[in-house]
Design a binder for this molecule. Sequence first.
Ligand code: GRF
Length: 187
Amino acid sequence: MSKIAIFASGTGSNAIHIMDHFRNHTHTEIPLLVSNNPSAPVINKARSRDKEVYLINRESFYQTEDCLAVLQEKKIDLIVLAGFMWLIPEYLVRAYSNRMVNIHPALLPAYGGKGMYGMNVHKAVIANREMVSGITIHYVNEEYDRGEIIFQARCKIESHDTPESLSEKVQKLEHAYYATVIENLKN
Ligand code: GRF
């Protein structure tokens, strides 16, 4: 059985889609959610699905390797970032090299990097009058949004689209593809 830990900081719509996708799966289970935000809605949603929740704080995450110890103790094979807002420290990137993935709500390498998250991304895309946007699923390295790209999907932007309507289109793509792309990764 391969084991996934999901890292999420907020609403967790992707985290929950992925958990539900792998419910009763023959090869993969998701025993653990890691979060830096004790009041994130994703926490109760994960607990109601019988997931263990491991809460981190800045000090433990950046100055100790406690999180890695928890992941190793639980024999986690793959880390899935789903709206996790903190940069991953080097010790974790090294330990999970090619075994950690993220989803970004735009077509990287465009609209990535520091400050490019949530509605900031969609506002920038609309302000630049782009005609397409989409999602990027990629491996994680030490820099924001710069790891090897695994998968992209696109959506058209119409002249009447707003950052809000674009975010809905992009979220639909995220929910349609993230779990299956994870399922097809070779671990
Ligand atoms: C998604 O848009 C994802 O691309 C980005 O963070 C957002 C998380 O949304 N990395 P949710 O919490 O899964 O709803």
